[in-house]
Design a protein around this ligand. Structure first.
Ligand SMILES: Cc1ncc(COP(=O)(O)O)c(C=O)c1O
Length: 419
């Protein structure tokens, strides 16, 4: 009989196999100093394009002050226990009410982490006779939530209306047989490529098919829509989203998340979300901190306005220089280049070491072989100087990519990182 660990000794997994050459630099890099447009990497200042602090609130002095005071008042333990048992407070309720108002829903409920909250919400919404229909490029937390489902599930081609309709039709036939209902799950904004989910078109299909829509709006919350209520508001269909999800890990620059829906649905969920029933309540520091951030988001559009000024300058500048940004419709700024994984490593090293530009890098198997995706996240804290320097850097790296410099360098990159 095999030892359970045999497979682990043999195969570190699709990303783990790169650990020897990549860890500490391409993966698990350490960005140091206060979260801002400039941070330190390997002891050198870099322009940070890989932190989802969209509204620039993470290091705002007023936010830091409230966080510090809340920590002094409550410590990091209070309240102890799950919400249902002993971890409930007025401030948790206040935050839920304010979040519900902000996203135009009747009620909201806090989640400790977006990831496990999403898993748990999917689990609570469906029973085995129900059918789930979801985008093939869905975030891992949606995929894991669907994995818990004991009934049927269908994936549709990414943001493809024909495929959505085909799968809704299959799901309808299936649900008629099982006597269940249909849950369709989309993201408000797909975080890797930046496209918005086709929410308006999906909502229009409600006339033809009977399903409920659950939207993960991690990247849309605070960044899209007139008041920042997200992708649903941007597309004029916020009311037709049956269950809305957003995390605090992006625009609110913190930890935690929430779901929002009609009161009757939320009353059900708060008694049936296993991740909240059997886990400690969101700590008070985070609740107080989120109230402050939400208040700032609500009382001024200056953060969102500055964010979009930067998004337009960055995306416009890259497009003017002929870069391929795919089909982004959000702040998420993907730059697609052609090259191999070793070339991508040489390119990113050049970008970080010689141009002081820190971006995230995505390669095969996450995107097709032969493509390199550099993902930039503009925030309200970036300056026009950051953008100009970055545009220059991108022109520089493209020239070197095209004249074969990275192909030549790439042979030595892996060796250098193994040292
Ligand atoms: C689309 C999406 N959903 C959910 C999550 C998980 O949220 P959290 O970081 O709060 O666990 C993330 C990442 O933060 C995300 O990008």
């Amino acid at each position: 009989m095999k030892d359970l660990f045999d497979k682990i000794y043999k195969d570190k997994g699709p990303l783990g196999k790169w650990a020897d050459v990549a860890e500490g630099y391409f993966v698990f890099p350490k960005l140091e100093g206060p979260i801002s447009n400039r941070m330190k990497f390997n002891g050198k200042e870099v322009i940070t394009w890989s932190v989802n602090d969209y509204l620039g609130l993470a290091n705002d002095p007023a936010v830091r002050e409230v966080d510090a005071q809340a920590a002094a008042t409550y410590g990091s333990a209070y309240p102890m226990g799950a919400r249902m048992m002993s971890g409930h407070t007025d401030l948790h309720e206040q935050l839920e009410n304010e979040l519900a108002d902000f996203v135009y829903k009747e009620a909201a409920y806090l989640l400790n982490f977006g990831y496990q909250g999403m898993v748990s919400t999917i689990d609570a919404l469906v029973s085995k006779n129900d059918v789930i229909v979801y985008d093939v490029d869905a975030h891992a937390c949606i995929i894991d939530g669907v994995r818990l489902h004991m009934g049927q599930r269908f994936t549709y081609k990414h943001n493809d209306l024909e495929s959505i309709e085909k799968n809704l039709s299959r799901a309808t036939k299936m649900a008629e047989k099982t006597g269940g209902g249909i849950l369709l799950i989309s993201e408000g904004v797909f975080g890797m490529r930046g496209e918005q989910g086709k929410l308006k078109e999906i909502v229009a299909l409600k006339k033809k098919y009977n399903f409920r829509l659950f939207v993960d709006d991690a990247h849309g919350f605070g960044t899209l829509g007139k008041t920042g209520a997200g992708a649903g508001q941007e597309q004029g269909v916020q009311d037709d989203i049956d269950v809305y999800f957003a995390t605090f890990a992006k625009s609110l620059a913190s930890t935690g998340a929430f779901i929002a829906a009609d009161k009757e649905i939320m009353d059900y969920l708060k008694y049936n979300l296993r991740s909240q029933m059997f886990a400690k309540s969101l700590q008070m520091q985070l609740v107080v901190g989120a109230l402050k951030r939400l208040d700032m988001m609500r009382s001024s559009t200056k953060y969102k306005d500055k964010l979009w000024e930067n998004v337009h300058a960055l995306q416009g500048g890259l497009r003017e220089r002929g870069f391929d940004l795919g089909t982004t419709q959000s702040c998420v700024t993907p730059v697609y280049l052609k090259g191999s994984v070793p070339e991508a490593m040489a390119l990113v090293k050049d970008l970080r070491e010689n141009y002081g530009v820190f971006t995230s890098i995505v390669v095969y198997p996450v995107i097709p072989k032969g493509l390199i995706l550099l993902r930039l996240i503009p925030t309200a804290s970036h300056t026009m100087e950051d953008i100009e320097l970055t545009l220059k850097a991108f022109s520089g790296i493209r020239e070197r990519l095209e004249n074969g410099t990275y192909k030549r360098l790439s042979a030595s990159v892996a060796a250098a990182f193994a040292d």
